[in-house]
Design a protein around this ligand. Structure first.
Ligand SMILES: Cc1cc2nc3c(=O)[nH]c(=O)nc-3n(C[C@H](O)[C@H](O)[C@H](O)COP(=O)(O)O)c2cc1C
Length: 528
């Protein structure tokens, strides 16, 4: 078995044993969720919180959204809507920040860096985005005249932040968070009339060199960042860049070798009580080593249009995870249910264009309370090609009745599955009390056999779909919650899987949220 497969098997939660994690947690000693570099020049960004006049429904046709000129204002807004704070919460003496991108356990392992070549915007260089201060820290200075219009954004993960709480399973959560972050950036870009391209041509070593996270002496031991992905921000929305992606790669790699670097990462503070060596091993095994350049996907076209009048910026800022759902809520109208499902399909969601690979993630849905649909188990293959595999893998006891109003959805089995959904999702009531919950089934075996790094790509795809669900739910007046805690093989055996052809990597739930009035809310950037 490969290291990646071993890791995957070993970090499955089981009914009789959770994946290995710390036995005790000192909550006062949580790793700092805000990375800071000391000794860097700071570039202030204009005040956060500005509203855009783009409504949610306009995202159905992103090409028609007016392209905002690139400036520190619009760049600041892009960063804020992707990674900035959304609120502070307080309960008794505990106070914590929430962000526009969600994160497993609110631990936020994802860090974001800009590689700026637009000299009219700010001096060329590599910048770390510090969400707490909403400013940029200039990590590197360089000049690369030949690519004087390119602006890239790269993401990295600090696995230790997640591992502190979740132990060995943490690596999975970091990857899911990257998928959420990628989608968060795509939606923020769309609100500004911009696009985003995932640059598959870079391997991990190159991303690390460009972002400076391979400069180990500038990070505290055990708190290093691993590279994840790099995107080009298409702020002209015109496919018009002076340099090709391949040429830009050559120039940047050469330029960054001669750049001047500044600053040192401040310690995240917490005492490292446990070492999870399996995370170091899987990180290494799942490193992306290839340079395959894959173009942008064709943009999908919505089939069920949004009626959302609210600003995109306010939907993004108000997105929250529901901690409780109203189990007595009225049934969710099918139009809302189908709108959400349709936006998960690449051919129907223009904002899935950043995902360059064919869909490899499909849904097993536990429908609890949707108008006109019998409660039960449903399956949504996200590609026609996958239907056959899914039917072969699922137990042959299921019916596979195509649903008239939404023919790509199949009804498998009518039943009240609330208690089962709850039990499978680590006994969390949120999986039972909403309108529906679901498991994301990935084409695991083929992808991981092709390349170990595809393991991460599958989680990213799940995270991306999760972020679409969060935002679409919010725009429709519902709320979602990502569910990283579930009993893997118990889900698989319920569906009838006999091998690892398909594996569930993420769960999600949507419904009418109940708010906890004991928790107080404060403005996101009141501290500035
Ligand atoms: C990958 C992932 C897994 C999550 N798993 C769970 C979970 O199992 N149970 C839960 O109640 N919330 C879960 N959440 C929700 C997070 O706790 C939530 O995003 C975080 O506390 C930040 O709050 P916010 O989403 O309201 O900004 C998950 C979120 C993500 C992104």
């Amino acid at each position: 078995m490969t290291t990646v497969s071993q890791y995957h098997q070993r970090t499955k939660h089981r009914f009789n044993r959770y994946a290995k994690g710390p036995e005790t947690l000192d909550w006062d000693d949580q790793p700092d969720p805000f990375r800071r570099f000391e000794g860097c020049e700071i570039v202030s960004l204009p005040s956060p919180g500005v509203d855009l006049s783009v409504s949610w429904r306009q995202l159905d046709r992103p090409r028609q959204i007016q392209t905002q000129a690139l400036s520190l204002d619009t760049l600041g807004l892009f960063l804020e809507l992707s990674f900035g704070l959304s609120a502070w919460k307080q309960y008794g003496p505990d106070r914590w920040a929430l962000r526009n991108n969600p994160s497993s356990g609110n631990l936020h392992p994802t860090e974001a860096y800009l590689i700026n070549n637009v000299s009219a915007l700010m001096p060329q260089g590599v910048y770390h985005y510090a969400s707490y201060h909403h400013h940029l820290e200039r990590r590197a200075a360089f000049s690369a005249a030949e690519v004087n219009d390119s602006l890239l954004i790269g993401l990295t993960s600090i696995a230790w932040r997640e591992a502190w709480k979740y132990g060995e399973r943490a690596y999975r959560y970091c990857q899911l968070d990257i998928g959420h972050a990628l989608a968060a950036m795509r939606y923020a870009a769309a609100a500004l009339g911009w696009r985003l391209q995932l640059l598959t041509v870079y391997n991990d070593q190159e991303i690390a060199a460009l972002l400076g996270v391979d400069r180990v002496d500038e990070f505290v031991d055990g708190e290093r960042e691993t590279p994840d992905l790099l995107c080009r921000i298409d702020y002209k929305n015109a496919d018009e860049f002076s340099t090709s992606i391949e040429r830009e790669r050559e120039i940047l790699l050469e330029t960054l070798q001669q750049a001047d670097w500044y600053g040192k990462a401040r310690s995240l503070g917490a005492y490292h009580m446990y070492r999870w060596s399996i995370i170091d091993e899987v990180e290494k095994a799942a490193e992306k080593r290839d340079h395959q350049l894959i173009g942008v996907s064709e943009a999908g076209q919505t089939v069920i249009e949004s009626a959302g009048q609210a600003n995109v910026s306010s939907i993004i800022r108000q997105r929250r995870s529901a901690q409780h759902f109203n189990q007595h809520a009225e049934a969710m109208p099918t139009s809302n249910f189908y709108r959400m499902l349709s936006m998960l399909m690449a051919e129907n969601n223009p904002l899935l264009d950043v995902w360059p690979w064919r869909p490899a993630t499909h849904l097993a849905l536990f429908v609890h309370n949707v108008e006109g649909l019998s409660p039960g188990l449903y399956c949504l293959p996200r590609s026609q090609a996958a239907l056959l595999t899914l039917r072969q893998q699922f137990s042959d006891q299921f019916e596979w009745r195509s649903v008239d109003q939404f023919p790509s959805l199949y009804a498998l089995h009518d039943a009240d599955l609330k208690q089962i959904a709850k039990a499978l999702s680590c006994h969390q009531a949120i999986a039972a009390n909403g309108a529906f919950s679901l498991g994301m089934l990935t084409e695991f075996k083929d992808n991981v056999e092709q390349s170990d790094w595809h393991y991460r790509r599958l989680f990213w795809e799940c995270g991306y779909l999760g972020q679409i669900l969060y935002l679409e739910a919010e725009a429709l007046g519902y709320r979602g919650t990502g569910i990283g805690c579930f009993f893997d093989d118990e889900v698989h055996s319920l569906l009838g899987f006999s091998d690892d052809e398909l594996q569930s990597l993420y769960h999600f739930t949507v419904g009418e949220a109940l708010l906890d009035s004991r928790i107080q809310t404060f403005p996101a950037y009141g501290h500035l």
